[in-house]
Design a protein around this ligand. Structure first.
Ligand SMILES: Cc1ncc(COP(=O)(O)O)c(C=O)c1O
Length: 382
């Protein structure tokens, strides 16, 4: 079996000579997955009518089945969406909230999802309730306790990030989901980072809806994401609509999602090649390696910077936040400027982010990374 590390980076298009420590933000797609995507584009352009009318529907269902199987789920319970933002929009905008209904989230929610909650509340009179999740984090049970304490008779929906974006925490979604189900409260999980980073068994988890990106840690092409609905949910799937209403309305899920107007579906269809790519390396081996590497890289940086990582190993996947060692204002603009400086001056790409009144650095580990990459970040921040 081939070793991981810098020597396999040519499997991706990633530029020579840079240090790339941010797989997390947008993923990176291997050449062979892009080649598969190109083959789908060629099939589409050689005979567009045959492709869209006769071939596309079955091809989408076949890809949905392949992706669902990796998460213990059935193809008929999964639809493709462009991104996790779209998956969250579909669910949040399909529920008929009443004025005073409560939607529970946290300050760690991805800003686009937070904005969608706000939009839905503005439209319906529902009320956002934000749970304070301690950061830096040390105890998943404390997170669970805080969520459960926020539930009331008016709670209609809990929105959970499986892995938080800027702060890189794996949240204890299992006990929170179980408690919500017992009380008849809907659960939407935003698993943007989770597929390919942590093991997933969607039916066992038991949330009502789970959305995730394949274009991050599954190495699929950009615009490949999914929304899974629980067949045992008390929320009916005929009332679940994509953010764009199109020809299949009012059939609901998944039919309406399979056709949202003419678009390039090649990212969705190439997911099978991304899964084959990961299978060759060994999905579990990849996950374990990335987890161990981000912990080792994080320890190296924490030691050099004299800080502590912001999450314990039990709440870490393959991204990790650490206090920023460079004095910088805790604002988005200042953090963006720092990131850009690292890139322009040193060809190092690592995320700097402001959260809770201070600046953090979020590192990623993917199989093309090695410890020397984190050493390089340390060198340029000394
Ligand atoms: C938790 C979470 N949700 C949503 C997103 C947005 O992903 P996308 O732009 O693919 O919708 C991200 C991106 O990093 C994320 O971390």
């Amino acid at each position: 079996m081939r070793a991981f590390g810098r020597s396999i980076r040519p499997e991706w298009l990633l530029e020579e000579g840079m240090t790339f420590l941010n797989h997390g933000s947008f993923g990176a797609t291997p050449r062979r997955v892009l080649a598969a995507q190109d083959r789908w584009r060629l099939a589409m352009e050689r005979q567009p009518v045959r492709f869209f009318i006769d071939e596309l529907g079955p091809a989408i269902r076949e890809a949905a089945h392949a992706l669902a199987r990796t998460m213990g789920a059935r193809g008929e319970d999964l639809a493709f969406v462009e991104n996790a933002t779209g998956g969250c929009n579909a669910v949040l905008r399909s529920i008929r909230f009443e004025p005073g209904d409560e939607i529970v989230g946290t300050g760690h929610i991805y800003p686009a999802v937070d904005a969608t909650i706000q939009y839905v509340c503005d439209c319906t009179g529902a009320v956002p309730v934000m749970v304070e999740v301690p950061f830096p984090a040390s105890d998943p049970d404390e997170v669970t306790r805080r969520f459960l304490a926020a539930l009331t008779d008016r709670t209609r929906l809990v929105v959970l990030s499986h892995i938080t974006s800027a702060t890189a925490l794996v949240l204890p979604i299992e006990p929170i989901t179980a408690a919500c189900r017992e009380r008849g409260i809907g659960v939407l999980i935003d698993g943007a980072h989770a597929p390919g980073m942590v093991p997933l068994d969607l039916p066992a988890l038991g949330a009502d809806w789970y959305t995730g990106n394949a274009h991050k840690w599954l190495n699929a092409a950009k615009g490949c994401a999914f929304l899974w609905t629980n067949p045992d949910s008390r929320f009916d799937r005929v009332s679940l609509h994509p953010a764009v209403i199109s020809l299949s309305y009012p059939a609901g899920f998944p039919d309406e999602f399979d056709w949202v107007g003419t678009r390039d579906p090649s990212a969705w269809l190439s997911v099978t090649e991304a899964l084959a790519f990961l299978d060759e390396w060994g999905m579990e081996r990849v996950r374990r390696h990335n987890h161990e590497l981000v912990l080792a890289g994080g320890a190296l940086l924490a030691d050099g910077w004299g800080v502590e990582p912001a999450a314990p190993p039990a709440m870490t996947g393959s991204i990790l936040a650490l206090p920023c060692p460079v004095e910088v204002e805790p604002t988005k603009e200042a953090c963006d400027a720092l990131r850009l400086r690292w890139w322009r001056e040193h060809r190092v790409e690592a995320m700097a982010v402001a959260f809770a009144g201070r600046a953090w650095v979020r590192i990623s580990a993917q199989i093309y990374n090695e410890l020397a990459d984190y050493q390089r970040l340390l060198e340029i921040t000394r």
